[in-house]
Design a protein around this ligand. Structure first.
Ligand SMILES: [Zn+2]
Length: 135
């Protein structure tokens, strides 16, 4: 497999990602972008801390973990402390939507993808969503 990034560029990309806490989901998406030659993104720090910012396309992209963000398919609160977990997930979801709203007000487009969309079998559908959002 040929690497589309030079060694130097790759280490920039990776250190960018690692500095944000090395989230597996983010890394998986960054790798997908590399494979598909989707460029123009940064791990830029703007309001709401999107995982990826496509400045030129005015698109912010968030990868929401199924557990923490309350995905309806995969998010089951642990057996103990159910009330606590439910409340936490509800708070997370409320924060997600207020961040999205605020970004849209500032003229950004917002794309939120679920962690489970990163599975290989969902890749084509996910790519279509991202490409449509990029215009
Ligand atoms: Zn899910």
């Amino acid at each position: 497999m040929t690497d589309v990034f030079s060694t130097r560029k790759r280490s920039d990309v990776m250190s960018c990602i690692l500095s944000r806490g090395n989230k597996d989901t983010e890394l998986a998406l960054a790798k997908l972008f590399q494979r598909q030659r989707i460029t123009g993104w940064r791990n830029q720090k703007i309001f709401g801390k999107p995982d990826f910012v496509f400045r030129q396309a005015r698109l912010t992209l968030f990868v929401d973990g199924c557990f923490w963000h309350g995905c309806l398919k995969h998010s089951k609160p642990p057996r103990s402390n159910q009330t606590y977990w439910r409340a936490k997930m509800i708070r997370n979801k409320a924060r997600d939507s207020s961040v999205s709203r605020a970004l849209r007000k500032k003229g950004w487009r917002v794309l939120r993808i679920w962690e489970h969309e990163l599975a290989r079998k969902n890749e084509i559908r996910l790519l279509r969503r991202i490409q449509r959002a990029l215009g």
